[in-house]
Design a protein around this ligand. Structure first.
Ligand code: AMP
Length: 289
């Protein structure tokens, strides 16, 4: 990558809301010979997002963060309308982090009347989240493809927190020859193991004390697998632990860490993935073995 600019912490990022403004700002960077890193988000930013911004700063000269609560990845019965929107606080955090450019398009900018294009992905998009949120990856794919084409970033950082999403986006970028490098960012956790998530703020204080059981159960399963346990059996045990804590489990699964296919041989890389409801909040997490 090109020479790295020192990110200027505290300096307000430039904020743009249309593709034309975005492209004009990016063209200025390009004219100066600068490379561009990108972190797509739905806002309600926390330290997990900020860690991705910092990581992007080590990979590119300039960093753009998008804030867009993407309606196409929510089903009608999901939390689109109550999803937290904290734009001013988000911009403050991005200023502190030294983010250069915030891209916050409106719904009509992303999906003007008559929008008619879709992207369908098989492989890593099959199963897991898709069994419970069948609309989800088509929504993610179209918005991420658009954002990558709009920003024309050299590198985009996606959190391992949404591990299946990371694999799906990586697959899509490869299949469509998108000229961008997709880089994973490690999951940032609370001290008790709960993965940071914009949705954690939905949890009641009591639910918040229960929530770390997902990470604890996955960690126990990963240790057991490393010690020789059968991955599917360890995942079943983790599922039982999470259910005993009072969560309604959507899935706990041991999968091939790259393809997310069910495991077929003992020497495949393993990823443990889980999704469960705690009251009205759906939590997801995953861990490498
Ligand atoms: P979201 O705003 O939830 O769509 O997430 C935007 C990006 O931040 C995605 O790439 C997520 O995987 C990533 N992300 C969310 N939570 C975390 C976390 N706790 N640690 C690292 N990355 C995260």
């Amino acid at each position: 990558m090109g020479r790295q600019r020192m990110a200027e912490a505290g300096k307000a990022p430039k904020i743009v809301g249309t593709v034309a403004e975005l492209r004009s700002a990016v063209a200025d960077y390009r004219r100066a010979g600068e490379t561009l890193g990108f972190v797509p988000t739905m806002g309600a930013l926390h330290e997990g997002h900020i860690a991705l911004v910092k990581q992007a700063q080590t990979l590119a000269d300039r960093v753009v963060v998008s804030i867009f609560v993407n309606p196409t990845q929510f089903a009608p019965n999901e939390d689109f309308s109550r999803y937290p929107r904290t734009f001013d606080a988000d911009v403050d955090k991005l200023a502190q982090a030294g983010c250069d450019l915030v891209y916050a398009p409106g719904r009509e900018d992303m999906y003007p009347a008559g929008f008619s294009t879709g992207i369908s992905i098989a492989g890593p998009a099959q199963g897991l989240e898709s069994d419970f949120r069948p609309h989800f990856f088509s929504g993610v794919a179209i918005v991420v493809a658009k954002l990558l084409l709009q920003t024309a970033a050299d590198v985009a950082v996606f959190g391992e927190k949404d591990y299946q999403q990371l694999r799906v986006v990586t697959q899509m970028a490869r299949d469509l020859d998108l000229p961008v490098r997709i880089v994973p960012g490690p999951t940032v956790r609370e001290s008790d193991g709960l993965a940071l998530s914009s949705r954690n703020r939905y949890l009641t204080p009591e639910e918040r004390t229960v929530a770390p059981v997902i990470h604890r159960a996955l960690t126990t399963a990963a240790i057991a697998i490393k010690a020789g346990a059968v991955p599917d059996a360890a995942a079943a045990e983790a599922e039982a632990t999470i259910a005993r804590a009072g969560l309604k489990v959507d899935y706990v699964a041991a999968r091939n860490a790259e393809t997310l296919a069910p495991l077929a041989s003992p020497d495949e890389p393993v990823r443990l993935l889980a999704a469960a409801w705690l009251g009205t909040t759906r939590l997801i997490d995953n861990i490498g073995v």
